[in-house]
Design a protein around this ligand. Sequence first.
Ligand SMILES: [Zn+2]
Ligand SMILES: [Zn+2]
Ligand SMILES: [Zn+2]
Ligand SMILES: [Zn+2]
Ligand SMILES: [Zn+2]
Ligand SMILES: [Zn+2]
Length: 279
Amino acid sequence: MDDEQAPAYPLPPSAPRPTFLHSFLAHDFSGTCCPVIFCFLCARSFCRSCCQGHSSKHHPGRRPSIVEVTQFRRDWVVSAEDVDGVGYNWNGIQRVKNHGKKVLYIRRLLVKPQHNMPLTCKCGDRMQCRASFCCIGCRLNNVLSGQRRDVVAVLVATNFSEARLANQFCTICRKSFSSSCCTDHMGCHHPGIEDENNEHVIGIERHPVNGYILTPRHGALADVIFDHIQTLDLEGQLLIAIHRYSHGIIQGTMCPCSRIIALGFLYCSLECKDNHFWN
Ligand SMILES: [Zn+2]
Ligand SMILES: [Zn+2]
Ligand SMILES: [Zn+2]
Ligand SMILES: [Zn+2]
Ligand SMILES: [Zn+2]
Ligand SMILES: [Zn+2]
């Protein structure tokens, strides 16, 4: 049945300017996100901006099981109320008050909080209230069984300070995201849209030396969008510059923006093609 469908690409060279191109060129890819939301169903962390409506998009019909990780005096904590009901037994972990809310430390504090505190966890850290474990990590190390223990182990091992860069741009949402925050974006956020050729999500790469934003040359959209734009070969990966780019060659031909490009190409970047080819 699928074989009968005419391929959507390549389109003839007269293809109109892709409708998402304006937002793609105007997009700021320099921002980073922090994955402070943890989903107990995925056993992974993400940020709200990369994956809006995570529970309904990724787990339709299931009861949401996400928690926001916050910092309490530099340490990562979760609200005791929020983690209640995710299936893990949190008993024995000290609950500390933070603005009237009880929170659980995810990992050991390491810095001994107050030396006059008589209570000590098995790990040697002092505790602020009567409990068996100072943090979730200590319960995990000492109680080796129990429901959802594997997922909680991921929570404890997650680096919530990690600054993630966007490495994908969805031409339907017209926004960038990190694939670590939103896995299977097309399948979860656009389930009704056919994407056999991976044509709706564009990859974002960064030049290892100058950090320049590039996008892979290959892909279903390549013939329509990237035709005539100089291709950069970075360790075997063929990439296209999104914005004006000096390819560092001295002999060749000239892009309308006056940058020198290799013979056989017309534009240094997608931006220049947009300015001169589709205008
Ligand atoms: Zn999830
Ligand atoms: Zn993100
Ligand atoms: Zn998502
Ligand atoms: Zn401990
Ligand atoms: Zn999308
Ligand atoms: Zn140019």
